[in-house]
Design a binder for this molecule. Structure first.
Ligand SMILES: C[S@@+](CC[C@H](N)C(=O)[O-])C[C@H]1O[C@@H](n2cnc3c(N)ncnc32)[C@H](O)[C@@H]1O
Length: 225
């Protein structure tokens, strides 16, 4: 009886993009990344840490912002003692106007500038400079090559693991996914944030890939060439 109720609850929560683990979740790995501000949940941080642990080869991150997700990857690089190339990009906006001009076009609607971004611009800094400071405070800056700018314009490499935090809706997926594919080696592992059901469907429709895991809204896929 208990099992049936649990199954029903799990199915209901899934329709809302939640899981039972999201209620119970404890920070099992004690990740330092969680001290950096950002939207990644503790379960998503752990999933990113574990996927980094389980993969090999060069890593690309699209969207480090203040470095919370970056720190998860760096901690796994430190713990696994694997020497891997890790390039991480973030758009170098310095004002809310630049942010809005870019994202209104991407999402094809009126986008509100989130408060955390306003704080970066108020301090006259780029997100990359702030991410560098945050990673330095955790002793993790040596594991990543932080780059301020658009990966589509600047990057020319191929990767075996790509984390992208710029897949918020179908418009943004259509913009970024073709470039992610062109930077992917065969069997590249992709971890994409904000994977609601409709976004997962879009990724599967627009690429030859398979969904292999989901922790809250962090979807993990394998690219099948
Ligand atoms: C939701 S934030 C990232 C949050 C971060 N991963 C964390 O753990 O807190 C998304 C970021 O993606 C960056 N971004 C979007 N498109 C990009 C692109 N083409 N190249 C580089 N960065 C991009 C934006 O500048 C933005 O800061």
């Amino acid at each position: 009886m208990k099992k049936i109720l649990r199954n029903l609850l799990e199915k209901f929560l899934l329709t809302r993009g939640l899981t039972l683990t999201s209620i119970k979740h404890k920070n099992f790995f004690n990740l330092k990344a969680l001290t950096i501000p950002g939207w990644f949940t503790s379960a998503e941080c752990e999933s990113l840490y574990k996927t980094t642990m389980l993969t090999n080869g060069p890593i690309l991150e699209i969207g480090h912002f203040l470095g919370r997700s970056t720190a998860c990857i760096c901690e796994a690089l430190y713990d696994s003692k694997k020497n891997r190339r890790f390039n991480s990009y973030d758009l170098g906006f310095t004002s809310a106007e630049e942010f809005k001009k870019f994202y209104d076009q991407v999402h094809k609607r009126d986008v509100k500038v989130p408060q955390l971004f306003e704080q970066v611009y108020a301090e006259n800094m780029t997100s990359t400079a702030m991410a560098m400071k945050n990673l330095q405070s955790l002793g993790l800056e040596g594991f990543v090559n932080l780059i301020s700018g658009d990966f589509i314009e600047l990057d020319r490499e191929k990767y075996d693991f790509i984390f992208c935090d710029a897949m918020h809706d179908v418009h943004e997926i259509k913009l970024n996914l073709p470039h992610i594919i062109s930077h992917s080696n065969n069997h590249c592992i992709w971890a994409f944030h904000d994977m609601r059901d409709e976004n997962i469907d879009a990724v599967l429709r627009l690429s030859n890939s398979k969904l292999i895991d989901r922790a809250h809204s962090l979807g993990t896929f394998i690219h099948l060439g």
